[in-house]
Design a binder for this molecule. Structure first.
Ligand SMILES: Nc1ncnc2c1ncn2[C@@H]1O[C@H](COP(=O)(O)OP(=O)(O)O)[C@@H](O)[C@H]1O
Ligand SMILES: [Mg+2]
Length: 279
């Protein structure tokens, strides 16, 4: 079997290159030759048995999917990349109450009614850009002034307002699901009082067993979104876990270092099994 591993056209970060290289190595061990390629327009006519898609470009994903099986599928990548789309797709799952920003073509009125709706979630309120990662596009507004400033700054970008789950401040549970099964999990704790638990922001991970309620919830989320592989972030709510967000391109590095579990191998094995079963 021949495969391509697609990375973002402009990828430079070592962590972003570690991901495709780990995958290439694990696929090679299973007898699959895989080339790592940067996304480019001419790639859309490429042919291979399958593609491990580590980009988030939804246009290229749809085009490539005409020629070959994508891991993850284009629709699943698209649903995860946009946090508001994820929220809508997960209707019925336990999630913090969320209010969407509105598409704005012009200048909003001085007293934007959206602020009132966001305020009903209570202070502090979480503000997230719909597209973002590593905690970098996630903010906390403590007052109306902060909320209005953030909203004004993000006006041209899709964003959302979310109830702050205070019991989970600075803590979350990252669960990796491969082929419908939770294979690894870590509890993450932030450093320096940050409310965001991302490892990239200085958070620390602790290995926990990938079973129990959190694992079952993450597996159900992956199934609903049609994901072959993902990292599900869960918050510790007062009455149980709440789904925070879902990462179709979760990095292997952090979770492998914390848990010692070979996540890349689990994903490669799932892909090869899928390809053999569906030939
Ligand atoms: N509603 C919330 N209540 C409490 N903490 C939150 C909430 N949403 C996000 N967080 C914290 O912020 C972190 C980053 O948010 P997340 O939605 O996962 O965005 P990113 O894609 O940047 O990782 C989470 O891991 C969690 O620690
Ligand atoms: Mg996250």
């Amino acid at each position: 079997m021949n495969a391509i591993i697609v990375v973002n056209a402009y990828t430079r970060l070592p962590a972003e290159l570690n991901q495709p290289e780990r995958m290439q190595c694990e696929l090679e061990k299973l007898g699959v030759h895989a080339d790592i390629v940067r996304n480019r327009p001419s790639l859309r006519s490429e042919r291979a048995d399958f593609c491990v898609y580590f980009d988030k470009d939804k246009y290229a994903a749809r085009a490539l999917e005409r020629n070959m099986r994508l891991f993850n599928r284009a629709e699943a990548v698209e649903l995860c990349d946009d946090k508001m789309l994820t929220y809508l797709a997960l209707e019925g799952f336990p999630m913090p109450e969320t209010v969407s920003s509105l598409l704005c073509y012009s200048t909003p009125p001085e007293h934007d009614p959206l602020i009132g709706e966001a305020e009903r979630l209570g202070y502090p309120v979480v503000v997230k850009e719909n597209f973002g990662s590593l905690g970098r596009q996630v903010y906390l507004a403590h007052t109306r002034e902060e909320l209005e400033t953030l909203h004004a700054r993000l006006l041209a970008k899709p964003h959302l307002f979310q109830r702050f789950v205070k019991e989970s401040a600075g803590r979350d549970l990252r669960v990796i699901v491969v082929g419908g099964k939770a294979v690894a999990a870590m509890e993450r704790t932030s450093s320096g009082g940050d409310f965001r638990a991302n490892l990239a922001g200085g958070g620390r991970g602790k290995r926990v067993t990938a079973d129990g309620e959190g694992a079952r919830l993450a597996e159900a989320v992956a199934d609903r979104l049609g994901l072959d592989f993902c990292g599900v972030d869960l918050l510790f709510g007062e009455e149980g876990y709440l789904v925070c967000e879902v990462n179709s391109n979760a990095f292997f590095g952090g979770i492998e270092a914390v848990t010692g579990i070979n996540v890349a191998r689990a994903y490669a094995e799932h892909i090869v099994r899928e390809m053999r079963e569906n030939r």
